[in-house]
Design a protein around this ligand. Sequence first.
Ligand SMILES: [Zn+2]
Length: 223
Amino acid sequence: MINRLWNSLLDLVYPPRCYSCGKAGTQFCPTCLAECIPLTPPQRPQPLAADSPLERALGIYPFQGSLRAAIHAFKYQNAHPLAQILAPLLFDFCAWQNVVLMPVPLHGVRKRERGYNQAELLARNLAKAWQLPLSTDLQRVRATEHQVGQQAQARANNVAGAFEWRGQQPAPSHVLLIDDVLTTGSTFEACASALIAAGSTAVEGLALAKAIIKPASPLDSPE
Ligand SMILES: [Zn+2]
């Protein structure tokens, strides 16, 4: 109650502004929200290697424009209330059944620095909307470098072995991993490897946005 009053007071003194266009009133305004158009199906799933531990990895919206600005604020500017605005972009668009939701975990140190895990906030909203169970027993046991700007192989090496299932054995059979941004899929794959080693049989990944990383050289195929 005190918190709510305090927040209302803060809103009066510092009215929220759209993290994308700066318009006063809300953290992500309806105009910027309306700019988020889902990718069409051929672009939505990430192509995966034949031996990938993942069934599939989907990113629903292009990681650009207003959504990119909002996700950046959501991650790095303490804009955790954006979860309430961003999660419906997923749960109004698609639905899953018979899976356990798991956010891609942050390492404990990074979570303490940030104060929250943005993927977990999204996953909690999705679990509520879809009435599905959520588990946070998948943990990041090794801190990893920031992946921004890294190429595919470097990303895969960076996250390999970084995750461990710390819940009851076996891990849930069908898992839907949740993250804010899908780039190469290497983070989802490292999570899936840990889950399959712990007994999961099918692991999918769902991200709010899908980023395109540029190939390392003109000889590499574009992603
Ligand atoms: Zn706006």
